[in-house]
Design a protein around this ligand. Structure first.
Ligand SMILES: Cc1cc2nc3c(=O)[nH]c(=O)nc-3n(C[C@H](O)[C@H](O)[C@H](O)COP(=O)(O)OP(=O)(O)OC[C@H]3O[C@@H](n4cnc5c(N)ncnc54)[C@H](O)[C@@H]3O)c2cc1C
Length: 555
């Protein structure tokens, strides 16, 4: 333990309005109803409010709800919320508008992921203001922002497990402060925790509990995520918490099926790692994968789906009418039907040195927690598809230079047109085509890469501290071996694709997304011949639930 824990300060509700009378009125109404549990902070311009936010953040305060006026001189409410989101991403967002500005407010729903727009005047507040704020405070509390800002992670940038833990926390939207073990503040914290720093990372929770290199499940449970199912038997078990699994959980639970979702790492899946999804219907300005995952998670929880994190499904068995799934902690759950939505995982780069340096400069995927630390560095991205392009655009905001290493002769065959255009307009992104990484070199961390030009066979050594790898993905479905029919690459076969496969035992043909095991369905990227897109995964997850109903009605 690190010693006595100070009383937590009240979370903040922040209001911004340039009209002093309105500003006072909204603060007064909020204080009257929420003053006991929340601190109401008032600002009269967007810039003042941002300054206040920075101060609150430095002091480790939490922020529950922003209420911002739309029409403010210099910085509009939407512009303010856009910046405020970067400082407090979990705070809920309300825009105060006049009737004439309703159109702008509706647009803001996409731009700043607005939760609600409130028409002025809001009298009586009991009818128009408090129900809205109550619902948002519930959502904010459910997201768990109360505990997390004070979690401290002490580690080292070149310690692979430190990188994994940071990524795990970031993807689960568990906020933490990072300290390097070789810097004075990190050393002070290690000393206070009674740790010598030989085993990293060390995590100190808000309550002062110390965890040394914890397993993901222990870390998740300590920080308040649900890691064990509440029941032994469900109507529907969904395996995998990416877009397909989350959609299945939302539809299953909202249609009255007792639903549990089992997720190995963090809900959101691959999509959760996307810096900007621009082709998902209904979001013309794009939205980040983290936002999509957060909304879907809240939606699933709202309908009472149970979301289990940091548990892997390791076996599937058929026991009469029940489908039994074994979990990584040895427990098992039964379900009347199962939807497999386990997606795909990054393929490993087969260059010398990569395995040893993974997490120490070599990263798979966007590694969102680390990306922001590439300030002034020359970073390399391997891959020529959309995920690599998105990462290049994102990293170009931090890094000195970003080099895309592409095996093919151009990006045209592998990347969407809109991304090629974006990449082309950013000065600090370079593209090296017909090039592969032969070797990753370094002592305890990545220092150099050996690149080979495939046209000439010539190799070149380049200085590089960080390499992000996006060279495609493959399903990890070995745990289904001998139970569910898969194609040669491990993708799960379903419906009409099962035609030439033995094992189907019923007289009726399999339903469209049904696997070789009746009552076990598949959705999203893990399905053979799937589209590998967010919208397709969401569509299949929803459709699989409809087929589950059909199966259960027949059973
Ligand atoms: C960086 C990046 C950017 C992208 N950008 C876009 C884009 O802009 N537009 C677009 O349409 N698509 C995009 N994609 C593709 C899109 O994200 C995927 O098509 C989509 O996420 C597939 O959803 P899914 O639910 O099928 O699988 P996944 O998202 O892969 O989710 C599967 C989940 O299952 C979990 N899991 C796996 N095995 C187990 C197990 N045994 N037990 C428990 N859990 C398990 C995984 O941890 C994972 O969370 C992007 C992908 C990446 C990587």
């Amino acid at each position: 333990m690190t010693g006595p824990v100070s009383q937590p300060r009240k979370p903040v509700i922040l209001t911004v309005d340039d009209d002093p009378a309105v500003s006072r009125a909204v603060a007064r109404d909020l204080r009257r109803h929420y003053g006991e549990k929340y601190r109401i902070v008032r600002a009269e311009s967007g810039s003042d409010a941002l300054e206040t936010l920075h101060e609150l953040k430095l002091r480790g305060d939490t922020l529950a709800v922003f209420v911002a006026d739309y029409r403010m001189p210099r910085m509009s409410g939407i512009e303010f919320l856009e910046e405020a989101m970067d400082i407090y991403p979990l705070a809920r967002r309300v825009l105060l508008t006049a009737y004439a500005d309703t159109h702008a407010a509706i647009e803001a729903i996409n731009v700043v992921d607005l939760d609600h727009y409130l028409l002025k005047p809001w009298d009586p507040p009991e009818e128009k203001l408090y129900p809205v704020i109550d619902a948002l405070l519930d959502a904010w509390q459910a997201a768990g922002d109360r505990v997390i800002p004070h979690t401290k992670v002490i580690g080292h940038p070149w310690n692979a497990r430190s990188s994994q833990v940071r990524e795990f926390l970031a993807r689960n939207q568990l906020y933490y402060t990072w300290f390097r073990a070789d810097e004075p503040e990190g050393q002070r914290l290690l000393e206070a925790a009674g740790e010598d720093g030989l085993t990293l990372p060390v995590i100190i929770t808000e309550q002062g509990e110390t965890l040394v290199d914890p397993a993901d499940a222990d870390l998740a449970a300590t920080l308040g995520l649900t890691t064990t199912p509440a029941e032994d038997f469900y109507d529907l078990g969904v395996i995998g918490g990416g877009p397909a699994g989350l959609a299945a959980a939302v539809y299953g639970a909202s249609e009255g099926l007792k639903t549990v979702l089992i997720e190995r790492t963090a809900t959101g899946g691959q999509a959760g790692q996307s810096s900007r999804i621009e082709n998902y219907l209904g979001f013309p300005d794009g939205l980040s994968g983290a936002q999509l995952a957060d909304r879907a998670r809240r939606q699933a929880v709202k309908f009472d789906a149970e979301l289990i994190t940091a548990q892997e499904a390791t076996a599937l068995e058929v026991r009469g009418a029940a489908r039994t799934v074994t979990l990584s902690d040895g427990r098992s759950i039964g379900a009347r039907a199962v939807i497999l939505a386990t997606g795909v995982s990054y393929r490993q780069l087969p260059a010398d040195g990569c395995g040893r340096l993974t997490g120490a400069g070599v990263h798979y995927g966007a590694a969102t927690s680390i990306a922001a630390e590439c300030d002034g560095e020359d970073v390399y991205i391997v891959g020529g598809a959309n995920s690599a392009g998105q990462a290049a655009v994102n990293l170009s905001r931090h890094a000195k230079s970003v080099t895309l290493v592409v095996r093919g002769p151009s990006l045209e065959s592998s990347m969407s047109y809109y991304l090629i255009q974006q990449v082309g307009t950013i000065d600090n992104i370079k593209v090296r085509t017909c090039t592969v990484v032969r070797e990753a070199c370094g002592g305890d961390h990545l220092e150099k890469l050996v690149l080979e030009d495939q046209r000439t066979g010539q190799t070149e050594e380049v200085t590089c501290g960080r390499m992000f790898v996006f060279i495609g993905a493959e399903p990890r479905t070995d745990w289904l071996d001998g139970v569910v029919a898969r194609d040669d690459h491990g993708f799960v076969l379903a419906g009409p694709d099962l035609r030439n496969v033995c094992g189907w035992t019923l007289s009726r043909p399999p339903h469209h997304l049904e696997t070789s095991v009746p009552g076990v369905f598949v959705a999203g990227d893990v399905r053979a011949e799937s589209a590998k897109r967010v919208a397709a995964a969401v569509g299949e997850g929803s459709m699989a639930v409809m087929l589950v109903h059909r199966y259960l009605a027949e059973a």
